[in-house]
Ligand binder design. Structure first.
Ligand code: SAM
Length: 280
């Protein structure tokens, strides 16, 4: 007997306010046979609230590889599976990438049930240009690696979006102010859709000061947004890149000097040295 294969539903859940679960999400989470959840205990109250009696299985970064195979087999055998994470949209700084890829590779239908996403919710209220933006997820935990990552973004003209936790918000904002300069415009969106929702918009230097001196501003969950570099800022970064490149290339091969100068200043490597082309 032939049977119809099941499919994968990628379902967004709330990032705070429980009413931010769409009617379609409720319908899908009630109807599927299996729900793959990042943490089944965390999701249990939400699923109980909507009366879902689907079987739940854990799918997190440590077991995603093995679970993928089992879940794909179940879908091939006819079961519909929903993927959810602890909060917001799965795969956005959350597990699920391997499962989506495996399901698609197996020829199964994968459909989104869209909803809350902290990055997009923050962007929608930040008042920063939103026509083009870059989502950078979590910054590295160590300050040296974090500053290096930020340095590479200094000349980025698009609005930047980062996720941050209460453990590191103070250090990260201080590093943002140090690397991008205290005058660059920033926004901290804290506890979105929850009781203590706060949106602070100010130059990064003032935000760093506020977070350092007000313990409340270090509690909860954060999205940090930074205005993209203006033309003058990008020009200044390029000028500095060229200066450092000129210094280094007197001691090093030009390709190596360009790589280092780009890492140090944030200037695009190709604008400093293009082998066989116009080095600018
Ligand atoms: N998948 C989620 C999404 O769609 O936004 C993100 C999951 S990630 C593991 C968790 C991070 O998202 C938090 O550390 C914080 O940076 C951000 N976040 C989640 N909920 C938030 C909220 N209510 N307010 C502000 N930031 C939030």
């Amino acid at each position: 007997m032939t049977h119809r294969p099941g499919q994968l539903w990628v379902v967004a859940t709330p990032i705070g306010h429980l009413d931010d679960l769409s009617l379609r999400a409720v319908e899908v989470l009630r109807r599927v046979a299996v729900i793959a959840a990042e943490d089944t205990r965390h999701s249990a109250p939400l699923l109980a609230r909507i009366g879902s009696s689907a079987a739940t299985v854990a799918l997190h970064e440590h077991n995603e590889r093995e679970q993928c195979e089992r879940l794909v087999e179940r879908m091939q055998a006819g079961a519909d599976v929903a993927l959810i994470s602890d909060a917001g949209t799965p795969l956005i700084s959350d597990p699920g990438f391997r499962l989506v890829r495996a399901a698609r590779a197996a020829g199964l239908v994968v459909s989104p049930v869209p909803g809350a996403c902290a990055a997009i919710a923050a962007l929608s209220v930040a008042g920063l240009p939103s026509d083009r933006f870059v989502f950078e997820g979590f910054l590295p935990p160590k300050s040296s690696a974090r500053r290096e990552r930020l340095q590479a973004l200094v000349a980025e003209p698009r609005t930047l979006i980062f996720y941050e936790s209460s453990h590191r918000i103070e250090e990260s904002i201080a590093d943002l102010a140090a690397v991008f300069g205290p005058a660059r415009e920033g926004v901290i969106a804290r506890e979105l859709t929850k009781r203590f929702e706060t949106i602070l918009a100010a130059p990064l230097g003032r935000l760093a000061e506020r977070v350092a001196t007000d313990a409340d501003q270090r509690r909860g969950e954060f999205v940090v947004l930074v205005a993209g570099a203006q033309d003058e800022q990008a020009d200044a970064v390029l000028a500095e890149g060229r200066r450092v490149f000129a210094l280094l290339s007197s001691e090093l091969p030009p390709a190596r000097a360009a790589k280092l100068a780009a890492a140090i200043t944030g200037a695009p490597r190709k604008s400093l040295y293009a082998p066989g082309g116009d080095a600018g």
